[in-house]
Design a protein around this ligand. Structure first.
Ligand code: AHR
Length: 331
């Protein structure tokens, strides 16, 4: 378990493209309270993906706590992992004339129309956690979140290192996140690119488990039935990996030993599994975006320029590192 990356850090501004033009187009330079609540606070409409994972719960808590601490009035909507619910929520926010809209898009595509409606209404939009594939970057002010391709790449590079002396095929199964979502697309891409360095590494099955424990368990059961030799599981998040543990144990195999397990997120339950040796490696994805998001909300509302992308730095964990980090883990 060699190539630990211990670098911790927080926000890196990776692209300092200024978006003053977009802000000017939005024309939102008043002091708040457009939504008419009469308390003088900035009103933020936030559409969350859902409550599919431990990561998401931590992200929701972070946003709610940070909004309260920043004195921002939060109108929060849970889209239950459905794009149509998010579009409806954004339209409601527009109708209520909130000051700023932020959302974590469940999938990457299909946002242009509603984003244009927000722009036409003069309401700036901030993307959090997940991005969109819109060609027109003026439809939103900034994106704050992780580099998902890098998370997949770090996971693949660790596996390449672990298997450098393998003489035969190493069979990998992949539990993908929600189909069409940025983290599923990007983690798959980064991992595939990294493992190309070792021709022995082969993805023999890859299917979505929708980022949930139940999904991870059900799909892993199918993988185990269909494939007598599985050496590695790459799960796009901890929760699917945790669900898969149940399927692996039920199939009479020892997770972390018979099957090497790599996941992404590093929430407490995942870190515990890693510390216990049931997982083997985790690439971190921080859900604690609330404070930075509120800073951006204040800036875009005040008409200040913001970077095009604000990226949270990634770290990775081996078993020993998970043991050391667990006592102070916040989520
Ligand atoms: O978009 C971030 C991903 O969404 C997290 O990795 C996953 O746990 C969540 O559901």
């Amino acid at each position: 378990m060699g190539n630990a990356i211990t670098r911790r850090g927080f926000v890196t501004v990776v692209a300092a493209g200024l978006l003053a033009t977009g802000l000017a187009a939005c024309g939102n330079s008043d002091t708040g309270d457009d939504a008419g609540d009469g308390n003088g606070k900035i009103v933020l409409g936030f559409s969350q993906v859902g409550a599919e994972s431990g990561w998401r719960t931590a992200n929701t808590n972070s946003i709610k706590e940070s909004a309260a601490a920043a004195g921002i009035e939060l109108k929060f909507d849970d889209a239950q992992q459905k794009q149509e619910n998010q579009i409806k929520a954004i339209r409601n926010f527009i109708q209520q004339k909130v000051d700023v809209i932020a959302f974590s898009p469940v999938v990457e595509s299909g946002w242009d129309t509603v984003l244009k409606e927000a722009k036409d209404a003069g309401i700036p939009v901030i993307l959090t956690d997940r991005s969109v594939d819109s060609a027109d970057k003026s439809l939103y002010q900034t994106f704050i979140g992780s580099d998902f391709v890098k998370e997949g790449r770090l996971s693949g590079e660790w596996l390449v290192e672990q298997t450098k002396n393998a003489t035969g095929p190493v069979n990998i199964v992949e539990l993908q996140g929600t189909t069409g979502s940025a983290p599923a697309n990007d983690r798959k891409k980064g991992f595939a690119e990294a493992i190309a360095a070792n021709p022995n590494l082969k993805i023999i099955a890859s299917q979505t488990g929708d980022f949930t424990r139940a999904g991870g368990k059900a799909v892993m059961e199918q993988f185990l039935k269909a494939n007598p030799k599985i050496d590695v599981l790459f799960a796009h998040n901890d929760d699917m990996g945790l669900g898969a543990l149940e399927a692996i144990t039920a199939a009479g195999k020892v997770p972390g030993k018979d099957i090497t397990i790599i996941t992404i997120d590093a929430v407490k339950d995942g870190m515990q599994a890693l510390a216990d040796g049931r997982f083997n490696f985790i690439a971190e994805c921080s859900p604690l975006l609330g404070d930075q998001l509120m800073e951006l909300v204040k800036k875009v509302h005040a008409g200040e320029s913001v970077p095009a992308r604000v990226e949270t730095e990634e770290t990775t964990f081996t078993q020993e590192q998970a043991k050391a980090a667990l006592p102070n883990r916040k989520y």
